[in-house]
Design a protein around this ligand. Structure first.
Ligand code: PGA
Length: 262
């Protein structure tokens, strides 16, 4: 059974002391549980101090971004090789990076490869805009984003990675319309189907696919129960310890129910 993965994407929020306070609050409210992995993605600046603060049995760290070259004259950038001992995961291709920072399919492909080369697991974000959905292009967009991003990886590398389906229109930043479970199930099945076509059934069964877009403690249970959904990428609600702890609780409950059934 694939592990449930909950990722807190703090985006450009919280300075070092605020981040430390949030970790403290979350740590108090979180139990250790084998089937669930909780990942915090703070700003680059706070990764180092948080790495010393977190209880590693409860939390892992992720970077929100990095540059695809390992080193060189790239003023202002941080490389995956600099992050390799600090984080387990890195978010790549978030729609805010694609839209606000002009990240192209090829840049995202190179970032995924750089993460893997540095033994950091990529959490690749994919998803269509409202316009693309209206025009019936959702599948094409997902196909292009997934196939380009993975094109330099071996099947074993793909099996270990994480893909987050995040329809742009459902992310709080871009409108936050609530996606329907059936829409999520369809997109996740389509993504797994793409992986199966390219890398085979074993890889498709191993890769974890998350959902992200306005997930909070009130709807997390419903979204996590969607067929094929292995967890959530949470933005806004992850900044609030009560809300994020509520999402973790929903995952515990569901996990417990499923384990008892199976
Ligand atoms: P949101 O963000 O939960 O605030 O919609 C999700 C994301 O951007 O990953």
């Amino acid at each position: 059974m694939r592990k449930t993965l909950l990722v807190a994407n703090w985006k450009m929020h919280l300075n070092t002391s605020q981040a430390s306070m949030l970790v403290h609050r979350l740590q108090e409210r979180t139990r250790i549980q084998r089937g669930i992995e909780i990942v915090l993605a703070p700003s680059l600046l706070t990764l180092q101090p948080l790495s010393m603060q977190i209880d590693r049995r409860k939390f892992r760290l992720a970077a929100q971004n990095a540059f695809y070259k390992d080193e060189g004259a790239f003023t202002g950038e941080v490389s995956f090789s600099m992050l390799r001992d600090l984080v387990h995961y890195v978010i790549v291709g978030h729609s805010e990076r694609r839209i606000y920072f002009g990240e192209t399919l090829e840049m995202i492909r190179d970032k995924v490869a750089a993460a893997v080369r540095n033994e950091i697991t990529p959490i690749l974000c994919v998803g269509e805009t409202q316009q693309e959905r209206k025009e019936g292009h959702t599948r094409q967009v997902l196909h292009d984003q997934v196939t380009t991003a993975l094109s330099n990886l071996t099947s074993n590398e793909v099996a270990d990675m994480v893909i987050a389906y995040e329809p742009v229109w459902a992310i709080s930043t871009f409108g936050g319309e609530l996606a329907k479970p059936a829409q999520i199930a369809e997109a996740i099945a389509f993504i797994r189907h793409q992986i199966e076509q390219l890398y085979g059934a074993k890889v498709a069964a191993a890769v974890r696919v998350l959902y992200g877009g306005s997930v909070d403690e009130t709807i997390a249970g419903g979204y996590l129960a969607v067929e094929g959904c292995d967890g959530a990428l949470v933005g806004g609600a992850s900044l609030n310890p009560y809300k994020f702890a509520g999402i973790i609780d929903a995952a515990y409950r569901l996990r417990h129910e499923t384990e008892q059934e199976g």
